[in-house]
Design a protein around this ligand. Structure first.
Ligand code: NIG
Ligand code: FE
Length: 417
């Protein structure tokens, strides 16, 4: 006897259950079952199949999906959703043509959010990030990665990571934490980035011992950290058993992409300015290129990451929001799917694979997220769309009709009001 049987599913999307990322041509294939049914028991996927006329599976409750589309819960593999304050005043600077890195160099940008985050209590931070997390879930995300990096000192970095741990306990969704201590150079270390990096390296052991993060990440960019410093930091993390990620070649082509491949990083993120050589190397590796077109859009840039070249050359691509208060202020992964269609020229099949199985692999969650497997936690979304191609096409709105986490409909924003 099942707990819940969803039937009359127009299309049930089943991305490949894979332990290696889908690369190149593989990204073009998306398994779809038409006229499908899905059964849930004890919060887990219990049965998947086609609805056969006249057949009636026994369940405690039934849900007629009325021909809508069901997909696995989306995976957002790159966000910075635990932060305090906001930076709407920077919009006017942007309009006046002040570049993102100049705002940072003059003490604003990331450093402005660092100030607010330092001044915020753990409880305030928990309340604010719960709100952002619930909004992400309301857009269909059931697995999410979150980074620290708005502390740049021991106390505040650990505070951010502890908040993420509390969120993991508070919500039934799957979460991954990343320590991004080297996110910017704080004013106290101006001109002394090596010393600051050593400070951040010295925190790794404590973070590991307290199981506060699974990954380490660094902002490898002009005026922030060099490729050599990034190598030093990531290797120190690797030695202690952390997975590696890198903010690479976002604005200038420093060679962070090549570094990620050389080190065997799980993912290399941004890659807007990645070199031809970096793109070539990606295709020979299992490092996932996590592309963030929302950031390119929000920073008002003309050129987007070369997703076509990456996929056609055989690389693995995932998509994420990069949600943060400065360079991409949206929790809406569906909007990113539209940008991927419009600005990265990705096909609908590639896009769905990039926000499910490849995104799960980019954060080491391929065993529990990214597709629907019998026996796995039942995280899925009922979409108000007639077919899967429709979602990227109709942009800027929320198509999620219902988001199920562990087999239960998630209440969503303000459900307690
Ligand atoms: O991924 N590029 C560096 N870090 C973030 C932005 C953080 C911020 O501006 O607050 C990013 O874009
Ligand atoms: Fe980021």
């Amino acid at each position: 006897m099942y707990d819940l049987l969803l039937f009359n599913i127009g299309q049930l999307l089943l991305p490949a259950s894979s332990s290696h990322p889908l690369k190149g041509e593989e990204m073009k294939h998306l398994h779809v079952i038409e006229k499908a049914a899905l059964a849930v028991k004890d919060g887990r996927v219990a049965w998947i199949g086609q609805t056969v006329k006249g057949e009636r599976l026994e369940a405690l409750s039934y849900l007629d999906v009325q021909g809508k589309v069901i997909s696995p819960g989306l995976v957002d593999p790159h966000t910075h959703f635990v932060f305090a304050g906001s930076r709407e005043h920077e919009l006017a600077l942007k309009q006046a043509g002040v570049p993102y890195l100049d705002i940072l160099a003059s003490g604003g940008g990331i450093l402005s959010t660092v100030k607010s985050t330092k001044n915020s209590s753990e409880d305030e931070l928990l309340t604010k990030s719960s709100f952002h997390l619930e909004r992400m879930i309301s857009y269909g995300v059931t697995t999410v990665e979150g980074k620290s990096g708005y502390g740049l000192d021991r106390e505040t970095e650990l505070k951010q990571l502890r908040v993420m741990k509390k969120l993991q306990e508070k919500y039934p969704i799957q979460m991954v934490s990343t320590f991004l201590g080297p996110h910017a150079i704080p004013p106290a270390f101006k001109g002394e980035s090596d010393q600051f990096l050593e400070e951040m390296i010295s925190l790794l052991k404590e973070i590991k011992e307290q199981s506060l993060a699974e990954y380490v990440d660094i902002f490898c960019e002009t005026g922030v950290f060099t490729v050599e410093q990034s190598k030093r930091f990531l290797e120190a993390g690797k030695k202690l058993g952390f997975g590696m990620k890198i903010h690479a070649d976002e604005i200038d082509p420093l060679g962070g992409t090549e570094l990620a491949v050389t080190l065997g990083a799980t993912s290399a993120d941004h890659l807007v300015a990645a070199s031809e050589e970096g793109i070539k190397q990606l295709s020979t590796s299992n490092t996932v290129a996590v592309l963030l077109p929302g950031t390119t859009f929000y920073l008002g840039k003309e050129h987007y990451a070369k997703a076509r070249k990456m996929i056609d050359g055989g690389a693995a691509v995932a998509l994420a929001t990069d949600f943060n208060p400065g360079s991409c202020v949206t929790e809406n992964l569906q909007m990113i799917m539209s940008l991927a269609a419009l600005k990265l020229n990705m096909s609908a099949e590639e896009i769905w694979n990039a926000v499910t199985i490849n995104a799960a692999i980019a954060i080491g969650k391929e065993d529990v997220a990214g597709t629907l497997r019998i026996g796995a936690q039942a995280d899925f979304v009922i979409w108000d769309i007639p077919n899967y191609q429709y979602l990227p096409y109709h942009f800027g709105v929320n198509h999620a009709n219902s988001v199920f986490v562990a087999g239960k409909r998630f209440g969503g924003l303000n459900h307690e009001l």
